[in-house]
Design a protein around this ligand. Sequence first.
Ligand code: PLP
Length: 402
Amino acid sequence: MPGTELFGAEERKEVNDVLETGILFRYGHDAQRNGHWKAKEFEEEAKKITGAKYALATSSGSTAVITALAAAGIGAGDEVIVPPFTFIATIEAVLFIGALPVFAELDETLCLSAEGIRKAITPKTKGVCLVHMCGSAADMDSIMEVINEHNLTLVDDAGQAFAASYKGKAAGLWGKAGAFSFDFFKIATAGEGGILVTNDEEVYKKAEYYSDHGHSHVGAKRGMEPHPVLGFNYRIGELNAAVAVAQTRRVPQVLAANRKHKKMLTELLSATPGIGFAKIADPDGDSATFLNLLMETPEAAQRVVDAFNNDGVVGFDYWFKNMYHFINQWDHVKNLDTASKLPIQILGAPQDYNNLDLPKSQNVIGRLISFGIRCTWTEEQVKELAAKISESVTKALATAHA
Ligand SMILES: *Cc1c(COP(=O)(O)O)cnc(C)c1O
């Protein structure tokens, strides 16, 4: 993270292919495009990494999430269970599709837990928008049990879990549809872009139509194609897709380096008293974009964060306070501050968002400090960082006990 750690001749070559023809649009213009179909190639590369039967490139991860919800049949008035720790796009997508977010508890995997989902189910629950947070997949065996037992529609927001998997099956493929982000901060980037994946042909078709004003992409004349459903413009452009093609091809290399660095850091830090780690449901499927430290208490985490800041330790996020990824920072959600009226404001919110009772999530995210893993680190740099972290943590926790 971010994908642009590695950026060069390969990306330029793919972009130049498009610039030479001037065909910036992903559909049609077959004669003029000199055989270059970057959006399609991006989809093929994403299929190789995820093992998905179908992939659809979109203009962003956010539009991939909203398209996935629509294609999965989630819409106005449906209650959708969501986590309180995610990039805000998850919640926005549920709201903007007309559905009603219901916040549930996560656990030390940093993702919704089966127990949390179970407790949030009501007769109006249609589905779950599960987020595979911080690079690792959620605990899918237990979650699928609840999903199947209650016949819920699962949509995977795997925005930050491209190339992550659980027991061999990619994050993103556990639900009816899944979404990945290729924004500037993810394991690979398109500049702006996303990918929707599914193994269900019907869901894929619906997503394809929905993401392009209902166009069916059948026949030679775009203006006269059948339009099976209403849609909107969530298309990716060929320039962004070109960058994504080169970036996606780099993912296996990034993954290998990330995993090596995360393993080293974890081993070097496990001896330091007070440092714990977030639970990884399937360590073999971790995309290793983050090293997630779990301190013993939120108070200890705050002391460690202060020590990092004093000691010049950089490259970490304390989501509980300093980032836009946790519910405590979402006043606009709690107060439903919207630019214009949404269905939830007519139908009524399913929970009192200002008085949510999520003690587990507050505790886990309060204890969480995440370091972004860089694939370009040298072994020396990894060791240096581990030593600095260890020293700061030891000092912070010692003063607390003094
Ligand atoms: C990044 C991200 C998104 C949104 O992706 P964009 O490409 O920035 O629109 C959605 N969900 C999650 C979990 C993300 O991390």
